[in-house]
Design a binder for this molecule. Sequence first.
Ligand code: MN
Length: 182
Amino acid sequence: MSGVAEVESGPFRFVVQLHAARQLHYDFRLEIGGALVSWAVPKGPSLRPADKRLATRVDDHALLYGDFEGILPVGSYGAGRVIVWDNGSYAPVPEPKGSPPVLEREAAARLIEQQLAEGQVKVELYGHKMRGRWALVYTKGRMGPNGWLLIKDRDAHSREESGPPGDDRSVLSGRTLNELTP
Ligand code: MN
């Protein structure tokens, strides 16, 4: 190895909450413009680059919501159990392919807002479970008006087996959804 230290954090937060609402799904959220821009991913992220996971854009959430786990009461929006399945920081990655992530905060903010508007989000994730390069690609209406795809880029963190990385426990508390108590 060269003596250059590997970068281990980006300028903005990301969080993935596992949410047992009417249907179990993963809520993938990126800090963009002071809010958590969010996608619901029914099958969850997969480490296999050939898997293109449907990710439906949902309402932005407040940054503070990214620390929430517990039970949303019956009758409230998204009623059901929530754990913080993964969190960490991220940096947007510019074109062309193979470019380093943008770590400087103002430049990163401009780039991620541009990528979101263009429907081509490319990020380096520095989480406990989700790491390396990931893409979110807008499907231009083919999967519904809010349909995007979450795709793992091929890199040192990708795998040929489908499925989410790591276990089904909270990175905050170590609890599973079933271990939450009211
Ligand atoms: Mn949800």
